[in-house]
Ligand binder design. Structure first.
Ligand code: ZN
Length: 257
């Protein structure tokens, strides 16, 4: 029966909802006007540090290799003109690299967060061994497991390409199938590129072709969107597909993005 419901009962809720809408609108306007810095948004997104990783590939340049394992605070990443590199990439087709955001609540990650907070700007990076130790920590038992799962699989995949290809292939596959949030979109193209390359190199022709065709469906040539592949990245995939079709004796290495 509805007789018991009066306007006076629902009015406080309606007022509260209206208040929230006004507040939200106010924040939007403040952000657009530049009065609330992007850094505030970063700090509230559950990210406490960023790790830059680049696959250990023969085509990787020195500048990008040096940046592998570099740790940044969200406030550094949010700055205008931020680059994880301390120079310019030396390849005409830029080396592949990804900036992975983590909350990092497990033991090893907490130590890294503390170190980067204490370090001076850009003065801190993890060795490949420390990076592997980080992702091999007990992250699944930590409160940040759900927030960090996708990022950890991505870091693990990048770090294990030359050590354990099966780990890398599983990691990239996980990223491709599980990316749903906007903040993870930037991992998708790198995951497709590396996965297809690893599969081509290991001779898994059928799997490689499936991954490339999935990539083509996910990123149609005529469409544009945030974190879509570059012209060079599309070309790399095309070359791989042609190679698979023609079944040449050696995998292509010239375009290893
Ligand atoms: Zn480079």
């Amino acid at each position: 029966m509805l007789e018991g419901i009066h306007f006076s009962d629902v009015t406080p809720y309606l007022v509260a909802i209206l208040g929230l809408l006004v507040l939200w609108q106010y924040y939007q306007l403040q952000i657009m006007a530049g009065r609330i810095l992007a850094v505030d948004i970063f700090d509230r997104s559950g990210i406490r540090m960023y790790i830059y990783v680049t696959p250990d590939d023969d085509s990787r340049c020195e500048v990008c290799a040096r940046a592998h394992g570099r740790i940044f605070l969200p406030s550094q990443v949010a700055k205008n003109g931020f680059s994880p590199l301390d120079g310019t990439c030396q390849r005409s087709i830029p080396c592949l690299g990804v900036l992975v955001g983590l909350y990092g609540a497990w033991l090893e990650a907490r130590a890294v967060v503390e170190r980067v907070r204490a370090a001076k700007k850009g003065g801190f990076s993890l060795s490949p061994e420390d990076l592997r130790a980080l992702v091999n920590g007990q992250w699944e038992q930590s409160i940040s497991a759900d927030t960090d799962r996708l990022g950890i699989h991505m870091i693990e995949a990048v770090c294990y390409e030359k050590i354990n290809q099966a780990v890398s292939i599983a990691g990239y596959r996980y990223v491709i199938s599980e990316v749903k949030e906007v903040r993870h979109l930037l991992l998708l193209v790198p995951a497709y590129l590396r996965l297809s390359l690893l599969l081509v190199r290991s001779g898994a022709t059928k799997d490689a072709r499936e991954v490339i065709e999935r990539f083509e469906r996910r990123f149609p040539v005529k469409k544009r969107g945030p974190h879509f592949p570059t012209v060079e990245q599309r070309t790399a995939m095309k070359i791989r597909k042609t190679y698979l079709t023609e079944n040449q004796p050696a995998p292509p290495t010239s375009v290893a993005v």
